[in-house]
Design a protein around this ligand. Structure first.
Ligand code: HEM
Length: 444
């Protein structure tokens, strides 16, 4: 791992080396049993910075926007992504943009950025709408047979189709399906990185992705997809492109970072809407008023502000990336407390997004929080569903565009109602998932 050459230190690290408050060491069992509850309760009992010790590490939960900004932005060079969960991710997909560090990361990020430029994203709208419409065609049959749909599963299949088509283009029918099938199989093992089936799926996926890359390079034409853009990318200093292995790692990273997160965001949005009928009605009015029954396009998104606000609020309550982790390189000080080299810093977005000093009635679903006037004056680091600073999500605009187009398309055909009597809890796995199948009935 290549660390940055110079690490900026705060001017003054107090000689007292005061440590943050810490819960009793036995409480660490709660971290394994129910991490969301653990983080919520230590934040509310001990404050905005809390020390806990997941053996063999020392970790600080930071739960204040100023501390988040310090670690992710102002002093980000003192923090790496060298945490155990990132190392697990690395083991599965190889080193890609999500986990690389230092100069390697900077180079990769520069080369990948053009693939996510809005001039490329705006060309993907038709493909996304088409994928949503073929889901709707299947749902018509469910509806005709009075069958509910499992929304979590449906959203995962849909965002997988969208992700693979965005990466590889729409022409690669069979291979794209193969990728989708392998990843869907692998996803259930992603929480157990040493699981033999996950290792096997990763190897299968890697083989298909390598085949696609070789084919694409053979008679290359820019199909407007992300892989084309990545094949064309050149390092602005050396002029070199990415070799096949780098391309493969990046593609695998984008598949895993992009599809389940967006699926989770959509799934929770359907759940929240089913519990908040006023918001649902207002959303439908906006979609109908703006689109008048025709399919949504990229250019319509600016005229669907409430749709965006609903997604923002859903990402507040159920952030798919429910924790962000860093490891300190050198010593530091946060909120007057000493940070020793190697300390793990955890940001639990689920807890931060419910911090009572920054959110009024934090458990209440209220998209109005994200209206332009309400955004003014809020500390923007109280809300980081896509992270912040240089390592902020590269796919945020893509994910939000995809989610908004899919929401609008589906709402033009169906309302989704939760089957009564289902208690749904968030389950913090690789992303924040509902604790059970989310069966919902369809209403035209
Ligand atoms: C709603 C959907 C999404 C959410 C909530 C989300 C969340 C995040 C977060 C929180 C990070 C920062 C992690 C950290 O700082 O430790 C991140 C990074 C990343 N995301 Fe996303 N993401 C989403 C969609 C996507 C999509 C669609 C793609 C690609 C197709 C993607 C690709 C990536 C990559 C490559 C990184 C690493 C960036 C870097 O370190 O330079 N994400 N994402």
């Amino acid at each position: 791992m290549d660390f940055p050459q110079s690490v900026s230190q705060p001017d003054h690290i107090s000689t007292h080396r005061r440590l943050p408050p810490a819960p009793a060491s036995s409480s660490i069992r709660g971290l394994v049993r129910d991490p969301l509850k653990f983080f919520m309760s230590i934040a509310s009992d001990y404050g905005d910075i809390v020390c806990y010790r997941p053996a063999p590490d020392t970790a600080y939960l930071i739960n204040h926007p100023d501390f988040v900004r310090h670690v992710l932005v102002d002093n980000n060079r003192n923090y790496t992504k060298g945490t155990s969960s990132n190392q697990m991710f690395n083991k599965v997909v190889g080193e890609g943009l999500l986990t690389s560090e230092g100069e390697t990361w900077r180079k990769q990020r520069r080369m990948m950025q053009p693939a996510f430029h809005h001039t490329r994203l705006e060309k993907l709208d038709g493909m996304i709408v088409e994928a949503a419409q073929s889901t709707l065609e299947r749902w018509e049959r469910f509806y005709a047979e009075d069958q509910p749909v499992d929304v979590a599963r449906e959203m995962a299949a849909l965002t997988m189709t969208v992700t693979t088509r965005a990466l590889f283009g729409v022409d690669l029918g069979d291979e794209v399906r193969e990728v989708g099938e392998i990843v869907n199989r692998a996803a259930s093992y992603l929480e157990k990185p040493s699981h033999p089936r996950l290792i096997q799926s990763a190897a299968e996926l890697s083989a298909v992705v390598e085949r696609i890359i070789r084919q694409r390079k053979q008679d290359f034409k820019d199909g407007g997809d992300l892989l084309s853009s990545m094949i064309l990318a050149r390092d602005d200093q050396t002029g070199a492109g990415m070799d096949d292995q780098q391309l493969r790692n990046q593609i695998m990273t984008l598949i895993l970072a992009g599809y389940e997160t967006t699926a989770s965001a959509l799934t929770w949005t359907w759940y929240l809407l089913s519990q908040n009928l006023e918001a649902l009605a207002r959303l439908r009015r906006e979609v109908r008023g703006t689109l008048n029954g025709r399919p949504p396009r990229y250019a319509d998104l600016d005229r669907l502000p409430y749709t965006q606000m609903v997604l923002d609020e859903s990402l507040r309550l159920f952030p798919p990336a429910w924790t962000l982790g860093r490891r300190a390189i050198g010593e530091d000080e946060i909120g007057g407390y000493y940070v020793a080299p190697n300390t793990i810093i955890a940001i639990c977005t689920y807890a931060l997004h419910r911090h009572p000093a920054f959110w009024d009635q934090p458990e209440v679903f209220d998209p109005g929080r994200f209206s332009p006037q309400n955004l003014r004056g809020r500390n923007k680091f109280a809300y980081v569903p896509f992270g912040a600073g240089p390592r902020q999500c590269i796919g945020n605009n893509f994910g939000l565009m995809e989610a908004a187009l899919i929401l609008a398309c589906i709402l033009q055909h169906f309302e989704l109602h939760l089957i009564p009597g289902m208690e749904v809890l968030p389950q913090p796995l690789f992303v924040l998932r509902p604790s059970r199948d989310l069966m919902m009935s369809l209403h035209p």
